[in-house]
Design a protein around this ligand. Structure first.
Ligand code: SF4
Length: 216
């Protein structure tokens, strides 16, 4: 309950100050840079461009700032391509079983939002591609746990509530929404506000709970 309250409070804050969306995205970009720095120092990883075994079989979870980044990137594609991606996400969101199913953001073995990919995709690291290919379980290298302990958790602790909850809450990729009328992807934040981030600007509008929780 506390989590939902914080999400609604964060939504109220963003509704009053839409520029907070850019600040949240900038913070997430800074965090991603720190994570990438650590990953780039690792030797012997099998992960490389075009290898996408890890993009099959799950509904990837991401934090709300990560989803805002992903949506902003998706909104930079052409209108035709956006509709294609939206249809794929919609079909994906209706599945009960993801076994063997590609992530809807995978195209020609490449991630459409590679620069903005969420933490789990960014840090999914393997030293043996045959384990990924054969879908064998493997233990993540210890540096991933170290990244969480030394970088992610201290980063989150520095953010004040209610906005910290945005960085701690995970939502599945199937929750990315598409407004077919506008032709744009958006985030539904706690049924309180609709956030449409695009590379040019961010639009915010009230949703169902706004009447109850915001002064609209
Ligand atoms: S978001 Fe990108 S990297 Fe992550 S599973 Fe989907 S296609 Fe793969």
């Amino acid at each position: 309950m506390e989590k939902l309250e914080n999400l609604i409070l964060a939504a109220a804050g963003i509704y009053k100050q839409p520029e907070l969306v850019d600040e949240i995205i900038t913070l997430q970009e800074e965090l991603n840079q720190q994570i990438d720095k650590q990953i780039n120092q690792q030797k012997g990883l099998a992960c490389q461009k075009g290898c996408s075994y890890c993009c099959y079989g799950w509904n990837v979870q991401m934090t709300i700032p990560e989803m805002l980044m992903v949506i902003r990137d998706l909104n930079s594609f052409s209108p035709e391509k956006r509709i294609k991606i939206a249809d794929r996400i919609y079909e994906f969101s209706n599945l009960n079983d993801y076994d063997g199913v590609a992530c809807p953001l995978l195209e020609n073995s490449l991630c459409l939002v590679y620069k903005s990919r969420p933490f789990i995709c960014r840090t999914y690291s393997s030293y043996d591609v045959s384990l990924c290919e054969n879908r064998k379980e493997f233990v993540f290298p210890p540096f991933v746990e170290k990244i969480i302990k030394d970088i992610v958790l201290p980063f989150e602790e520095n953010i004040e509530e209610p906005f910290r909850t945005l960085f701690e809450t995970k939502v599945p990729i199937s929750n990315i929404k598409f407004d077919y009328h506008r032709g744009l992807f958006y985030l539904n934040l706690a049924n309180t506000i609709k956030i449409i981030p695009t590379p040019e600007k961010t639009e915010i509008s009230p949703l169902e709970f706004a009447k109850k929780y915001l002064q609209t």
